[in-house]
Structures are given as C-alpha cells and as structure tokens.
Design a protein around this ligand. Sequence first.
Ligand code: 5AD
Ligand code: SF4
Length: 456
Amino acid sequence: MKDNSAQIDEIRSLMGSGRLAYVRSFGCQLNVSDGEKIKGLLMQMGFGFTDDEHKADIIILNTCAVRESAEDRVFGIVGSMKKLKEQKPSLIIGVAGCMTAQSHIAEKIKRSYPQVDIVLGTSALSALPGLLLDVLHGRGFSADISEYDDFSQAAVQVRESSFKASVPIMFGCNNFCTYCIVPYVRGRERSRRPEDIISEVRQLAADGYKEIMLLGQNVNSYGNDFGDGEGISFPELIRRINDIEGDFIIRFMSSHPKDASRELIDAIFDCEKAAKHLHLPVQSGSSEVLRRMNRRYTAERYMETVDYIRSRDPDFSLTTDIIVGFPNETEEEFGETLDMIKKVKYDNIYSFIYSKRSGTRAAGFEDAVSDEEKSRRMRRLLEVQREISTEHYKRFVGRTLRVLADGVSRKRPGYLTGKSNEAIIVEFPGNEELIGSFAGVRVTGSMNWAVTGEII
Ligand code: 5AD
Ligand code: SF4
C-alpha cells in the first residue's frame, strides 16, 4: 500500500475547497465497490461529488472489460470528453478499472486520447493521489497499473447507499472459463484476512447498514489461497459474520457451482441472517457446452446441488446467469438449457448472448451459429423464464416476507419497492420514511418480475 497521506495533504492545499469529482463505474458490483474506494480517496483529497460531468474538475471512468462492446462505449465517452477539456483545460480525466489491465488498451489511451491525464490500475488505487500530483505539477500523462495495494484492509469509502453495503472478500479468479476475460484482468485469487472482513462488517452493522453483500468472483473458493491451517472457509466466514451483533441480512455473489458444497448450503440454513437465496450461475444446461466453457461441472452434478437445496426447502429461491449462443451451440444443446430452467424453476435469470472476447480461449473457437439465431434463442429463453417466474411467484401469495425497502416504485405512485430475504422484488404501498428499514409484507399478488403486497 502506498503511504499517500502527505500527497493527500498537498493536494488539499493545492486545490483548495469547492472542487468537484465525477466518478462513473461500469460493470459488476466489484467494480462499483472499487468506485466507492476511488471516491473515498477523492473525498480525503477535499473533493465533493457531482453527477454532472460539465461541473466536474476531475472525471474518473472506472471501466469494465467483460464485453468488447462495453470497451468501445468507454472509448466513445472518452472521445466525447475532448470537447469538455477544450472548454475547461484544467479538467483532469482519469481512466481506471479492468480495461487498464490490458497493456494494449493502456497504450491505446496514451497514444490516441491525449485528453486523458491518468490511468489507474485496479490494484493501484492508492497511487491516485501521487498520479494527480504529477498532473498538477505539470508532469503530463501519468499511469500506474502495478499491483501493490493491501487489498485486505478496509479502505475509506464513499458508499452509494446508507443501508446496503458491498464488502469484497476476495479478488481475482483462478477458473479460466473459456469465454471470460476476468482472470486476465483481475489476476489470481487473493482472499482478504477474515479478521479484516469481520471488523469491517462489525463497523457497518454498528453504523446501521441493513444488507451486507459479500463479493468475489467465486466466493466459494474463499480462503483456498491461505496456507494449511491458516484462514477459514467461506461457510465458516458466513457463520462468523452471522454472529456479529446487529439487524442485517447477509448476501453474497458469485458462487461457482463446482465449489458449492453442502457445508455452504448448511451454513445458509443454520444462519438466521443469511438470505434464503442462492445465485448459482449455471451458464448452460448442456454438459457438453459446459465442457467447452471449462466450467468443470456437468448438468447432472449441478442438479445434485439443486436437489440437496430443495430437499432442505422445496421453495428455496435460486437465480442464475445463462450464456445463450456459445460458439457452435446446437439446437439440442440450447434445448437442454431450456429443460434446465424448467426443472430448477429459477426465480430470476440473468441471460447474456455470448459475446466474443479477444484474449480468451473461446475467441478462437469456430462458431457457425448466426446472430439472428442467437437472438431468437435469447427471446425463447426469456419467454420460457417469464412463464416460470409468473407461475413460481404464486407460491408467495398469502405469505409474509421480510422486505428491505430500498426505493420508491417508478411505475406506481405511493408504492415502495424492496427486496425480500429470498431476493424477490416486492412492491407495496408505503411511506418513503420506511426506505432503508425492514418491513413485514403480506403478499397479495404476483407478476412475472415482482410480487405485490401490504405491510402488516
Ligand atoms: N459473453 C457473454 N456473457 C459473458 N459473461 C461473462 N463473459 C461473457 C461473454 N464473453 C457473463 C457470464 C457471467 C456474467 C457475469 O457475465 O454469464 O456469469
Ligand atoms: Fe469468469 Fe468463470 Fe472466473 Fe466467473 S468463474 S469470473 S465466469 S472465469
């Protein structure tokens, strides 16, 4: 970790008060969490925040690399910022996040986008004050994509919510699914020390946070990188967090099915604070496609895990990620995915059309399936899932759910929206003052994307 306190003080005195920062995070929740740390550093340097890039003195784009289309979008945004910089030459523009971990991208930014002053790697957040000082001292373009942050310690953060908090428990991924860029841009798995995580959660609980979301690319392999006899497993971490005093719910993502053990499922059932919901990305219902994806489980083994969960609670809520149109996916293989979602009865699926990502193994796979066919399969998948959700949500009618109210309904005036323990969206009439607290809601009706009810 860089000791940047002297640099932070110098920036405070150089920049004075009233300066504004615009930070925009793309992609997954881990990236949003990094964005909160970047904001934490900027706050220490004396910046306030704005959602209007025209008012900003510094702009940081915290980028995602999962899809090449997302990268193109960022280049488009950076391109359009040239004008902003011409209007306000003192404006400082930085690019952070997963895109910067690819050296050809960092070089492209330096070569083709002179309006960018700073490139900041995901494991070098503490370098931000030093990079900013270089720019303020007129030393020009300044980049740091080294890896030296002590990721275990809690950083100062400006959190997006006052009642929902993300807590990364590990960084990186060892799995190398053939379609995925993450292991290349986030490196190998590194787990935070349990005592650092627990003290962060204890503080959040004391501050009144109601939802603690534990984050990692594969939380089930938490602790595997500790030496023998050191550290603890993920199920044990859940149990220890469950023992922390306070009224909060524990969620986590993502769980790799190959590592979703009975110990994990037992911990979810044993711990009263653990949400009764599991996000278990299946990606495909075909064992052959799973093999080509290098997922290291079969459809049958996945179903064994689901069966064990449902043997303990037939109504248990499951959600998943699905990739449609993986290279050379046949109609039969796609049919197996449809069979899988019908059998499992997910409450929700997050589906993606396969997107070729250079740098990954699947980018070299032959693919005879047309884009039209992939879109057709996607529509079919969503259609089938809509029927499943509509039917499956009916099981909640008449039951009382514990719901964390998190906002006002955009569709229905006077209604609040919230998430139940089971991760179901619930809409109910209520006062805005309830936002950020738990309510008991009796479910009176269901739709295909949410249930409705009234506070009891
Ligand atoms: N194409 C389509 N979907 C992808 N995902 C990751 N990489 C790709 C890709 N190249 C999806 C997976 C993962 C989710 C976060 O994003 O379903 O679980
Ligand atoms: Fe990507 Fe697979 Fe790692 Fe998830 S488990 S981040 S899909 S490589």
